[in-house]
Design a binder for this molecule. Structure first.
Ligand code: ZN
Length: 412
């Protein structure tokens, strides 16, 4: 008789290894930051068999807790997406968001609440009106699904993976999804920004216009929120923070060292100044670039809606992130441009979605911004020099573009 195939390790033991691998990684990731993990994992590895069993059971509960959290975030995201659909449809027409209830565009019958559940109703009714059978656009469904998936992805990156290295936050926390409340707040803050960005992008795609109401509301929300999240909150203030390595919910202060009447982490003035600088940087940077470009090119280049979008993003993330996001946005913009040109032979480029994408990428990837770039952000002379040089380069570039275009037009 052939011997039974036995796994090199029993299931419980393999699970345990997975669990400890993540626990160990989380300790490693916390090293060098102000926070030390509350649980000394290293010692646990050598404990007796009974305590190991308890830990392995904990793994199952941990997975369930995480799954429950992710499903919850998905449902919240789908509901937010459903609200965004209303905003996208009504804001360009300057209608109220709350009244009247949603109606079918064909028969004007109000849609009942049980036919208006995010995602589910669309699938159950196969995208039709219950009364008259009119088809609803798949775009509604896609916005809801996209927002839900966006929320889940954001939650995974910020909470489970902890890409920001937020303090007191262990990656794959063995404490059953008990992340610090400050981390939940940080996630909610960025989810709010994501929602505003999705709405702005869809409006831009649909009508080549970003409603000012939307971006102004977003900016106002960002400025109010910034007062409660002064840099480097929620990082500990002792030992005194160094701006180039530490991350709060706002990654950096508006300037370092902070001027005398601003204090790190404790007063609302620091937060508001950070938000204000971000909003102003967003609007002025894009307006300036748009102005230079239109002078060189001889026609309008960047929409005002794009400047408003960056004003909003700046209020949420601070001015340094706006600058980085703008430069990054060139890549998705080129990609979208090529896709649109190929698909529709359409050379009017909606810049909003590219900006939104690079804003979120910058927000999540701030840890990987190279030190070389970081140094310039707190050096006034270097900043002015770069701004002047960049402005001149942009003007020359756009002028060359105009010459090339002029030649093409002459030929045709
Ligand atoms: Zn109908």
């Amino acid at each position: 008789m052939a011997p039974k195939v036995i796994h090199s390790q029993p299931l419980a033991q393999r699970r345990e290894r997975f669990f400890y691998a993540h626990a160990a990684r989380s300790i490693y990731c916390q090293r060098g930051s102000v926070v030390t993990p509350a649980l000394p994992f290293g010692s646990r590895l050598n404990e007796s068999v009974t305590s190991r069993r308890v830990e392995t059971d904990g793994y199952g509960i941990f997975c369930m807790a995480l799954a429950f959290l992710l499903i919850f975030v998905f449902v919240v995201g789908a509901s937010v997406g459903s609200f965004l659909n209303v905003a996208i449809a009504r804001l360009p027409l300057e209608k109220s968001l709350l009244w009247p209830n949603s109606r079918c565009g064909a028969c004007l019958q109000p849609i009942r609440w049980h036919d208006n559940l995010p995602l589910l109703s669309y699938v159950l009714l196969r995208g039709r009106c219950r009364t008259c059978g009119q088809h609803f656009s798949i775009a509604y469904f896609l916005v809801e699904l996209g927002t839900a998936l966006g929320f889940v992805a954001l939650f995974w990156l910020e909470m489970v993976e902890n890409v920001h290295r937020w303090p007191g936050h262990l990656t794959f926390s063995p404490r059953l999804g008990h992340y610090p409340w400050a981390s939940y707040l940080g996630f909610a803050w960025h989810a709010l920004l994501l929602s505003f960005l999705i709405a702005a992008s869809i409006c831009d795609l649909k009508s080549r216009e970003i409603p000012l109401q939307l971006t102004l509301t977003g900016t106002l929300v960002g400025l109010i929120g910034s007062m409660f999240l002064p840099w480097p909150w929620p990082h500990a203030l002792t030992p005194p923070p160094a701006p180039l390595t530490h991350h709060g919910i706002y990654n950096w202060p508006f300037w370092f060292p902070l001027p005398d009447w601003f204090e790190p982490g404790s007063n609302w003035q620091t937060g508001l100044a950070t938000g204000m600088c971000g909003a102003m940087a967003g609007t002025f940077l894009l307006r300036a670039i748009g102005f230079i470009f239109s002078k060189g090119l001889g026609k309008e280049a960047l929409g005002l809606g794009d400047a408003d979008l960056m004003m909003m993003a700046g209020a949420f993330l601070g001015w340094q992130a706006v600058v980085v996001a703008f430069f990054l946005s060139v890549f998705p913009a080129l990609l979208f441009g090529i896709i649109l040109l190929a698909a529709r032979n359409d050379n009017s480029l909606p810049f909003g979605p590219a900006l939104a994408l690079s804003v979120m990428a910058t927000c999540l990837g701030w840890r990987w911004v190279p030190d070389v770039v970081r140094v310039f952000f707190f050096d006034a002379t270097a900043l002015i020099a770069i701004a002047l040089l960049g402005g001149c380069a942009l003007f020359v570039m756009s002028f060359l573009l105009r010459l090339i275009r002029g030649k093409e037009e002459q030929q045709t």
